[in-house]
Write a protein that binds this ligand. Structure first.
Ligand SMILES: [Zn+2]
Ligand SMILES: [Zn+2]
Ligand SMILES: [Zn+2]
Ligand SMILES: [Zn+2]
Ligand SMILES: [Zn+2]
Ligand SMILES: [Zn+2]
Length: 260
């Protein structure tokens, strides 16, 4: 699917954690993580991250090899499987059981709501185990809007899910212009002009630019309220009013008119 046909409302929810590269990722953004990011490494250890009672958790079983002391951390039992919460999460309701470290309500009478709170409250233990648990506990797992588009595999993804996407998934391909940054502003989808190397520069300069976060961008999606209401040109593609030195309001209008 081309860039214009993408669903930019796509949300990434990381459901996996890789102990080998200390990254959270999802199977949509980074399909085949093991093979692409750790080729030849059969020890790459990937575990599932699951939301249990509003908290991101991993199975107690998956932490065994790390030999971090889990005593005092609340556990959730789901169909015989024990889950360890990763980090603090404000819970609904009025449960009186509070975490010694953050004071958050808990479901069961234990000392800590999750891995991060125990880590921060209890010093010592094996240095290596602490480092591994700390990396996991500091990984953000909240939902994120996708912020990259790969022109090689023609997919949107969230950058933190797939670091070094080109080098890992498309070794040997050129880096320049292969991954486009997707910026968002008030419902608009913007791309820095400097990322759009596959288009002819003469065509690109005819699209009205929008300055955002230090980038000179063009829109893939524009909202009406950001169009000029002063006298100017009409976009050749959609007849919206734009600045007088431009011919198109957005990338799709240009592409539709010039390339289709
Ligand atoms: Zn993702
Ligand atoms: Zn990995
Ligand atoms: Zn806590
Ligand atoms: Zn790709
Ligand atoms: Zn990847
Ligand atoms: Zn237009």
């Amino acid at each position: 699917m081309s860039l214009m046909e993408q669903d930019f409302s796509q949300i990434c929810a990381r459901t996996r954690y890789c102990f080998t590269c200390s990254q959270g990722f999802c199977l949509d953004c980074c399909t085949g993580h093991e093979a692409f990011h750790h080729p030849g490494n059969e020890q790459a250890r990937i575990v599932q991250v699951r939301v249990v009672r509003h908290v991101h958790c991993i199975q107690e079983e998956d932490l065994k090899g790390i030999r971090y002391d889990l005593r005092g951390i609340q556990k959730f039992n789901v169909e015989g499987v024990k889950y360890i919460p990763i980090k603090r999460n404000i819970l609904p309701g009025t449960m009186p059981l509070t975490c010694k470290r953050c004071g958050d309500r808990m479901y069961v009478g234990k000392d800590y709501c999750g891995l991060l709170c125990r880590l921060q409250h209890v010093p010592g233990g094996n240095v290596q185990s602490r480092a591994i648990v700390s990396a996991l506990a500091h990984t953000p797992f909240h939902r994120q809007a996708v912020d990259r588009f790969c022109t090689v595999c023609q997919r949107l993804f969230y950058s933190s899910c797939c670091a070094d996407h080109i080098a890992s998934h498309h070794p040997g391909q050129t880096e320049v212009g292969s991954v486009l940054r997707i910026l968002r502003r008030d419902g608009m989808i913007l791309i820095p002009l400097s990322d759009l190397v596959e288009f002819d520069e003469a065509d690109l300069t005819q699209i009205e630019t929008i300055a955002f976060n230090g980038y000179n961008t063009v829109a893939v999606k524009r909202t009406a309220n950001h169009l000029n209401d002063e006298a100017g040109n009409l976009c050749i593609g959609c007849f919206n009013i734009i600045g007088e030195s431009f011919s198109y309001c957005s990338l799709p209008c240009m592409v539709h008119f010039v390339y289709d």
